[in-house]
Design a protein around this ligand. Structure first.
Ligand code: 1CP
Length: 354
């Protein structure tokens, strides 16, 4: 099958889609909804396609990227596609030796802890990722009025994988470097901001309508340290696409205490995780930004009556926001029943109809 029926997108122009309009704080016909990690292991059609193909290789093959990206759009009728990729793809593209290990996540062959390690990481140019531009162009051709979201990892989260060597609960080596050698830390994050910003720009220039910067693990920092060690670099990554007419979403997990500072990084939309209500988040953000979120992904495992009540509450809280994009408060968990996701999309559309 090719193409996607524009059932929920009244326009054939993704720049006028509900997602882009909500991000720009313009009136919408209904609250747009998509899910972080909507492609992937919760879908049987994804598991079938990925069989025998390593994750990183799948991310570099446009035919696979295109098909996997379209799968959740067809199945759930979400208001946006998100490019099937991973935050470590641009690092691998510039030559960092890494793998995405099933059941673990990104693993770095030689962790980055010294000036010499940093000097081995070059800046990213579009020539490192021609396949990404090609995937985006193919997708834009298939998606019609449904917008494509491009994304990148933010400097702190990328630095955590590089310095720790893989997923980390406490980010202890990352913090040791950040507090112990601020000069090296800032130079590392400066390089990562260039890589993230250039990766976002490649996707936006190839036709992505929105970009999201994921700072998944930055909730591990107190606000003052966030402002000193992280904010300037995330700001730089987001600024790389500021001149393009592409709204930006900035998301992190456990970032309730950081929301106001994250808002100042430059994105039009601030992602809110499930630990803070949208009402509290809007207060902390002074009503200055559109918000995205924030159903707890684990709630999708509860009885439907519970899911329904929480979706209704979140849509209601979002009505007073300058713009609201319905999403989960973090990514779809692998064992989620996909039928529940489809039901959430239908419910959000039904109850938010203007
Ligand atoms: O073998 C497999 O199937 C790999 C599983 C997998 C998948 C499907 C990984 C490994 N990444 C992905 C795709 C992916 N990664 C997407 C797809 C697009 C979509 O949303 O549908 C996106 C947006 C990401 C981004 C990503 N990767 C983030 C930020 C989002 C988040 O969840 O906070 C992070 C932190 C990663 C690192 C990563 N990659 C993979 C895993 C299992 C992890 C997390 C590891 C950890 O806990 O530290």
């Amino acid at each position: 099958m090719s193409g996607v029926s524009p059932a929920v997108n009244e326009t054939s122009d993704p720049a006028e889609s509900t997602l882009v309009r909500a991000a720009r704080r313009q009136p919408v016909t209904h609250t747009p909804v998509w899910f972080m990690r909507q492609a992937g292991r919760s879908l049987p059609e994804y598991r079938a396609l990925r069989k025998g193909i390593p994750m990183l290789e799948a991310c570099r093959r446009p035919a696979i990227v295109t098909e996997v990206t379209l799968q959740p759009v067809r199945r759930h009728g979400v208001d946006a596609a998100i490019l099937f990729s991973d935050i470590v793809v641009p690092l691998a593209a510039v030559g960092v030796d890494l793998d995405i290990v099933p059941g673990t996540g990104p693993v770095i062959a030689k962790p980055v802890r010294t000036r010499e390690d940093l000097d081995r990481i070059p800046e990213l140019t579009p020539e490192h990722v021609p396949d990404i531009s090609q995937s985006v162009r193919l997708l834009v051709g298939e998606l019609g009025g449904t917008p494509l979201i491009g994304f990148a990892g933010a400097p702190f989260t990328l630095a955590s994988y590089l310095v720790e060597g893989g997923p980390s609960r406490n980010h202890e080596r990352t913090k040791a470097l950040m507090y112990g050698d601020p000069g090296l830390w800032h130079d590392l994050c400066d390089r990562l901001a260039q890589i993230s910003g250039a990766f976002l720009r490649v996707q936006a220039e190839a036709g992505a309508s929105v970009v999201q910067l994921f700072d998944s693990w930055v909730g591990a920092l107190p606000r003052a340290d966030y402002e000193t060690f992280v904010l300037p670099h995330s700001t730089r990554a987001l600024a790389a696409v500021a001149d393009l007419a592409v709204p930006r979403i900035h998301f992190g997990v456990g970032t309730g205490e950081l929301l106001a500072s994250m808002g100042s990084a430059g994105a039009e939309v601030v992602g809110v995780d499930f630990r803070v209500s949208l009402t509290d988040a809007l207060r902390r953000l002074d009503g200055r930004y559109a918000v995205q979120g924030n159903l707890d992904p684990a709630v999708l495992f509860a009885p439907w009556a519970v899911v329904e009540a929480q979706v209704r509450r979140i849509v209601d809280e979002g009505r007073v926001a300058p713009g609201h994009v319905f999403n989960l408060g973090h990514g779809v968990l692998p064992d989620t029943d996909p039928a529940v996701l489809t039901r959430v999309v239908d419910l959000v559309h039904e109850i938010s109809q203007r």
